[in-house]
Design a protein around this ligand. Structure first.
Ligand code: SAH
Ligand code: SF4
Length: 394
């Protein structure tokens, strides 16, 4: 026990500070406020709404997290902000760039779990792939995230924090901003439609002119087919939609994507068509099709999905399976993938094949996170062991 004299104010202050550091902050994290919620926040402080635009710019465009440096706010305002709010950023635990330019960040979230974010540069665009949950409850049989199970939803601050970190690393800040991130896809860990409110708020920040000002055509939400939520999304947002199909018949899709048992292919395609019909422009859905050797890569499979998609404006993206230990699946040969593409071409579809990028930094679905979490778990065990030893000594 620490022995403190009644007059030892310094020690008391120190202890108070230590205690404070142990309890989670009750301050509002402004990083995670959508424009609407930021309006409400400033209204609550008796401030005008234009503060929202100023604050969004400071955080998301300039990357400033210190209120004292926000020079267009009065000293009194900055003091008030520091009392009730904070700008708390994700902790980067890994930042690696592949020889092909693909870059990957692993960020640690409160509670110790990690999430990954990948940037894929191409000739005409730069795409950031972000996560919406830690793990995933939907348990698709070929997905390493699904195999990890569900841990928890990411908060808005944690979702938009991924774009914040990438943008701070890649874009040139200030008035003459050079934008290297032109596209965002919600194709990292998790099912975005099962973290609906936080994902919608995050997408509002992505599109907002004072934050990331991305085009709604270039923000894509990928879903494995949570049908009611697809309808709800269509009522609230007009971002681009990607649908993970992976099979042209329910028998196979039930195995690959278990949520198919609840919302079978016919319902999924009808929901996709409804979503497209609500968009203000003529946009196509992206149909994702992960190809697994001898599972869904035959001529008959191509014919089935051509039939399923015949009335849906779409482009098909073939994703050769990314292997992971004990998955039980294999990647088909390139020839097999090309043949599948050609069959769909012949039936009038636009088809692309997703190239494998960032192999040297394990930028494929879920792999790097696995390594980091293993290490974290080992560290945890080590700490627990030491605590046992310490208490033994008392
Ligand atoms: N939950 C959403 C978004 C995240 S998954 C969804 O399922 O759409 C993003 C994409 O990666 C999905 O199309 C998914 O099927 C695909 N994917 C998952 N594991 C994969 C693997 N091992 N190899 C190739 N694609 C995979
Ligand atoms: Fe979840 Fe998507 Fe993986 Fe399926 S493919 S388990 S929905 S992250």
């Amino acid at each position: 026990m620490t022995d403190i004299q009644a007059t030892d104010f310094e020690a008391l202050d120190r202890l108070e500070a230590e205690e404070k550091a142990k309890t989670p902050s009750k301050k509002v994290n402004l990083l995670g406020l959508s424009p609407k919620k930021m309006d409400e926040f400033f209204e609550g402080l008796g401030e005008k709404k234009f503060r929202t635009q100023q604050m969004l710019k400071w955080i998301h465009q300039i990357g400033e997290s210190d209120f004292d440096k926000m020079t267009n706010m009065s000293k009194a305002m900055r003091t008030k902000l520091a009392e009730v709010a904070e700008i708390s950023l994700p902790e980067i635990v890994m930042d690696k760039t592949s020889v092909d330019g693909t870059r990957k960040w692993v960020m640690k979230m409160p509670g110790g779990s990690s999430i990954e974010t990948v940037y894929i540069p191409e000739k005409e665009r730069g795409t950031l792939c972000i996560s919406s949950q830690i793990g995933c409850a939907l348990d698709c049989s070929f997905c390493s995230t699904g195999k990890q199970g569900f841990n928890r939803d990411l908060s808005v601050a944690e979702i938009i924090g991924q774009l914040f970190v990438a943008s701070q690393s890649l874009d040139t800040p200030g008035e003459k901003r050079v934008r290297r991130i032109t596209n965002v896809v919600m194709m990292g860990m998790g099912e975005p439609l099962l973290n609906f409110d936080n994902v919608v708020d995050s997408m509002e920040l992505m599109l907002n002119d004072f934050a990331y000002s991305l085009s709604k055509r270039r923000v894509t939400l990928s879903t494995s087919g949570v049908v009611p939520m697809m309808d709800k999304l269509g009522d609230l947002a007009d971002v681009s939609l990607a649908v993970s199909l992976h099979a042209g018949n329910d028998k196979l899709r039930d195995v690959l994507v278990p949520i198919n048992k609840k919302y079978p292919i016919k319902e999924l395609i009808a929901a996709t068509n409804r979503y497209l019909a609500k968009l203000p422009d003529r946009r196509k859905a992206t149909i994702e099709y992960t190809m697994m050797k001898d599972v869904n890569d035959s001529t008959q499979d191509a014919e089935e999905i051509a039939e399923v998609l015949k009335n849906t404006p779409c482009k098909i993206n073939l994703i050769p399976f990314n292997p992971f230990p004990n998955s039980g699946y294999e990647r088909p040969s390139n020839n097999r993938v090309y043949r599948f593409r050609d069959l769909l071409h012949e039936r009038g579809f636009i088809v692309t094949i997703r190239s494998t990028r960032g192999d040297d930094i394990d930028a494929a679905c879920g792999q790097l996170v696995g390594q980091v979490e293993d290490r974290t778990r080992r560290q945890q065990k080590y700490i627990e062991l030491h605590q046992v030893n310490d208490s033994d000594a008392v």
